[in-house]
Design a protein around this ligand. Structure first.
Ligand SMILES: [Zn+2]
Ligand SMILES: [Zn+2]
Length: 191
């Protein structure tokens, strides 16, 4: 209204000044709204949001002060970080879990067979019956040598290693395993 009033007076300087004042007034209103919106994204307490908005009523300085003291993070980010922390803790708690090398199903470290694809994961120690990795040379629980018992365990170890190297070779593996099984006893006798 004032802008229009002064406008008709055809005073160039007055027009510029009034435009400027009007412009600053609009920016001030926008800053109040922005402070309120920003505060409600960063602050949970409605009382504090009210304080921030009230502070922004002081033209410009209020908003600048708010910019300095406002919380650095959005509430959404804080919640997201807390969620991630909880997830990380859960992962740490279940360190005993790993993934099946064949089907990526979650298996526990002492599973003998994957419950999903039913493939052999661990052998049972012939001496103490604890689950041991076929790649281990001795049982870490009872110190029994793992390559000692039957040729069948050697056969499983070989096929396991082959599938680990390349899952593509999975079809070739049985033949290889059979060949190594037949070769195995003679080699052991000669040793
Ligand atoms: Zn599996
Ligand atoms: Zn053992």
């Amino acid at each position: 209204m004032t802008f229009a009033l002064f406008g008709i007076q055809n005073d160039g300087l007055n027009l510029v000044v009034n435009l400027l004042v009007f412009f600053l007034f609009v920016i001030w209103l926008a800053l109040i709204y922005w402070t309120y919106a920003d505060a409600s994204r960063r602050i949970e307490d409605p009382m504090l949001i009210g304080c921030a908005t009230a502070a922004s009523l002081f033209p410009f300085i209020g908003t600048i002060v708010y910019l300095i003291v406002r919380p650095p993070e959005y509430l959404d980010d804080v919640r997201l970080r807390e969620l991630e922390m909880t997830a990380a803790e859960a992962r740490l708690a279940s360190l005993d879990y790993s993934l099946c090398p064949h089907c990526d199903y979650e298996v526990q470290s002492d599973y003998l067979r994957c419950p999903s694809c039913m493939r052999k994961l661990k052998e049972r120690c012939y001496s103490c019956s604890k689950p041991i990795d076929p790649a281990w040379r001795i049982c870490p629980f009872c110190e029994a040598e793992t390559n000692a018992p039957t040729p069948s365990s050697t056969r499983r170890r070989r096929s396991r290693q082959t599938t680990d190297q390349a899952t593509v070779a999975a079809e070739v593996t049985p033949e290889l395993a059979e060949a190594s099984e037949t070769a195995e006893p003679s080699r052991r006798r000669s040793r």
